[in-house]
Design a protein around this ligand. Structure first.
Ligand code: MG
Length: 383
């Protein structure tokens, strides 16, 4: 059953610590918002991802979403949560919507499926978990409260789009609801609950980031992380031809790069830098030029392989910087496309990928335009 996802990321909350609203804060190398966007992007039933942002935040959100930005529709939210959801639901195109808090990074398809299944018989559904701790009021001494019949309510909360839209229309400007289930209840929708997920907890306080890192497999009690770096260098000869591929981007020009693969010196230098960071030798060892399989190959495959080797070695890339050294082609017009392609292939955010170019003042082989050189450096954290 297909649905539109609405991710509410319009909060300014700083309770989680740090200088940034928590949806932009870093969790193991990625902004928090990316986790839930990626979870929805991986679900084939998700037909649309709407991200509700603080007014004026479009550029910051686009940068935080990195390669996922193109999958998302950004909508500016309102002063309160319900106003933000209302802004999101206006552009929802599917018959069903899943409304989610950006601050709950660990959600997955099994939870989404439980919710959409519930919509076959109900107008709305939310994931819930039992309360296990004892409860008490403390305003006039210790006054125990029965936990019988009490549940913790999570997100995403799922609804049939048309009935929730109608409920919002009826609510008019009365938008002081803590969540969509409350608004739906107030307007007579039929509601149910499904089993929640302990991992779908909401990041609220600084300690929740520690819990999140533990879920991601980081040894936060006994941190043995070290910063590592790798560098790469590559050269390919230029000759007459019909174009070159550099940093994964095709450039139409009257020459080509000579090599066994597509001779993308930018991606080769970066691949070597990543292999350097995880101490796994060089590109020639993994992809020998004598191997027929790599004849004319798209060098993206080499880079993806190196990124996978790094992941297996516990090396998490944090930043990549590439310098292209050539008189031609001119890199400036292609710089942004190269940056986006490298971000996509490495999984890094755009603001952690840099492409720059220089000439050698007509000196040497690059100056005589006999060839082109590339250098790359990456930093990473090994745990
Ligand atoms: Mg090469």
């Amino acid at each position: 059953m297909s649905y539109s996802a609405i991710i509410v990321a319009a909060g300014r909350g700083l309770r989680a610590g740090g200088d940034l609203p928590k949806q932009y804060q870093d969790l193991a190398g990625k902004p928090l918002i990316r986790y839930s966007v990626e979870a929805f992007a991986e679900d084939q039933n998700c037909a649309q991802i709407i991200v509700v942002i603080t007014p004026g935040d479009a550029q910051r959100m686009t940068s935080a979403l990195g390669p996922f930005a193109k999958l998302c529709t950004l909508v500016e939210g309102g002063e309160v949560r319900s106003a933000s959801v209302k802004a999101g639901i206006i552009v929802a195109e599917s018959d069903n919507v899943l409304i989610h808090d950006a601050a709950r990074p660990f959600v997955d398809q099994t939870l989404f499926s439980r919710l959409t299944l519930a919509l076959e018989n109900f107008d709305g559904a939310a994931p819930t978990l039992p309360v296990v701790d004892a409860l008490s009021r403390m305003d006039n001494g210790y006054q125990p409260v029965s936990r019988e019949g009490l549940f913790r309510v999570q997100t995403p909360q799922a609804f049939r789009t048309s009935v929730l839209k109608a409920a919002f229309a009826k609510a008019g400007d009365t938008l002081n609801f803590p969540d969509e289930m409350s608004l739906a209840q107030a307007h007579g929708l039929s509601l149910t609950t499904v089993e929640g997920d302990d991992n779908a907890f909401k990041i609220t306080h600084p300690s929740d980031f520690t819990r999140a890192l533990q879920i991601l497999g980081y040894n936060v009690e006994n941190k043995k992380e070290v910063v590592v770096a790798g560098q790469g260098y590559d050269v390919h000869r230029l000759t007459q031809g019909k174009g070159v591929t550099l940093c994964g981007v095709w450039i139409d020009c009257p020459y080509r790069l000579v090599g066994h693969s597509d001779a993308d010196a930018g991606l080769h230098a970066l691949t070597d830098a990543i292999l350097g960071a995880c101490a796994r030798g060089d590109i020639g060892q993994h992809f020998p030029p004598t191997d027929e399989r790599w004849k004319g190959a798209d060098s993206a495959a080499f880079l993806i392989h190196a990124v996978e080797l790094a992941r297996e070695a516990g090396v998490r890339l944090t930043h990549a910087d590439i310098t292209l050294i050539c008189e031609r082609p001119k890199i400036g017009p292609h710089r942004e496309a190269m940056q986006a392609r490298v971000a996509e292939l490495t999984g890094l955010c755009l603001d952690h990928v840099n492409i720059k170019a220089t000439t050698t003042e007509k000196l040497g082989f690059t100056g005589r335009q006999e060839g082109l050189a590339a250098q790359a450096i990456v930093s990473a954290i090994k745990s």
